[in-house]
Write a protein that binds this ligand. Structure first.
Ligand SMILES: Cc1cc2nc3c(=O)[nH]c(=O)nc-3n(C[C@H](O)[C@H](O)[C@H](O)COP(=O)(O)OP(=O)(O)OC[C@H]3O[C@@H](n4cnc5c(N)ncnc54)[C@H](O)[C@@H]3O)c2cc1C
Length: 319
């Protein structure tokens, strides 16, 4: 590892330092940036506070052939214990603007905006549409990439367009339907693991409609109560597997007898079997062992091959 000591030349290192100052870090432990609280260091990390910085960091990495990845809330990724090669760009962009349009209100949010906080802000302004997102951890950018959703709705239902930086092409506004959304999926998510650098969501335009704040709040409170009732707390990545067609992943894992199954400092939740919990001392490998166990036992018992909802980042023992 240690790209910065071996392959990152001094001038390039200096460029990062002069552009990002204290927002540039070397060998930065990533566990604290992720909701599962596991994972080794990023060789290089830049904290981007504006969309200009987000774009600049990606461009600099691309120019110097440094692999890079964006980290939003880190709530849909598992970072390997060995860490991540290249540059992690931690997205802390936070601007939000509202404007009236013919049929309602359009919110333009930087991709680093926290989705749940944005939802609360919309509710207090009497703007509806995002209530499903209350309690969904992470950023607007992460939600666009993974087409986050809950309670029968998802990002695709709200998104008008996204402003995206694309390697070699620059910045362009993509209409929502160009992003080919599917269940917890998009064209952007499908770029993961491919050799070419991935596109970066800079901001998103979200469609909202005026509705009395009390009504929106009541709806959101209902969703929060349901979440508390059905999901465990603690350090997790949320649902580990996507629901296979005609099944719930949680039901399959539970029916396979794996509730409470342990690996090191991690276990499969007793409350919701698609949630894998870090008890405090888990390694990423402990959680991956649970993933492997659940996948194999479910396939053996039910013939269903579950697909990960979560993305594995970094260098894993099997990769
Ligand atoms: C307790 C809990 C409950 C959850 N409940 C739900 C739920 O109800 N519904 C749901 O859909 N999800 C849920 N999740 C999963 C997670 O919250 C969502 O997937 C969320 O949208 C991820 O956003 P993030 O910013 O954390 O993304 P990250 O985990 O940081 O990143 C996910 C992927 O998106 C990429 N990415 C992030 N930002 C950008 C960007 N700006 N440009 C390009 N690529 C980017 C990353 O590189 C990575 O590949 C839950 C998670 C937890 C921990």
């Amino acid at each position: 590892m240690n790209l910065h000591l071996t392959t990152l030349s001094q001038p390039v290192y200096q460029q990062f330092v002069s552009l990002f100052g204290e927002q540039f870090k070397v060998d930065e432990p990533l566990a604290k940036y992720t909701s599962a609280r596991v994972g080794g260091p990023a060789e290089l990390l830049v904290v981007a506070k504006t969309t200009a910085e987000l774009q600049q960091a990606a461009e600099l990495a691309q120019t110097h052939h440094i692999p890079f990845v964006i980290l939003g809330g880190g709530s849909n990724v598992l970072v390997a214990d060995e860490g991540v090669r290249g540059l992690v760009i931690f997205n802390r962009t936070k601007e939000i603007r509202f404007r009236s349009s013919g049929v309602g209100v359009v919110c333009t949010a930087d991709s680093g905006v926290n989705l749940s906080s944005l939802t609360r802000q919309c509710i207090s302004k009497g703007l509806g549409g995002l209530e499903w997102a209350i309690g969904v951890p992470g950023t607007v950018g992460g939600a666009v990439v993974g087409n986050a959703g809950a309670h029968g709705s998802d990002m695709k239902e709200n998104l008008i367009a996204a402003t995206i930086w694309e390697p070699d092409k620059g910045v362009r506004v993509y209409a929502a339907d160009e992003l080919q959304f599917g269940y917890r999926d998009s064209a952007l998510k499908r770029e993961q693991g491919k050799l070419r650098p991935r596109r970066v969501v800079l901001s998103a335009e979200i469609r909202l409609r005026p509705e009395p704040a009390e009504r929106l709040r009541a709806r959101a409170d209902g969703f929060t109560a349901r979440r508390k009732e059905t999901q465990p707390g603690g350090a997790t990545v949320g649902s580990m597997f996507k629901n296979p067609e005609n099944y719930y992943a949680g039901y399959l894992i539970e029916a396979a007898g794996l509730k409470g199954f342990r690996s090191g400092g991690a276990h499969i939740s007793e409350k919701h079997a698609n949630f894998f919990i870090n008890d405090g001392s888990a390694t990423a490998e402990d959680i991956r062992a649970l993933v492997a166990e659940a996948w194999h036992v479910v396939r053996e018992k039910f013939g269903v091959e579950m697909e990960l909802e979560v993305e594995l980042l970094g260098k894993w023992k099997f990769s």
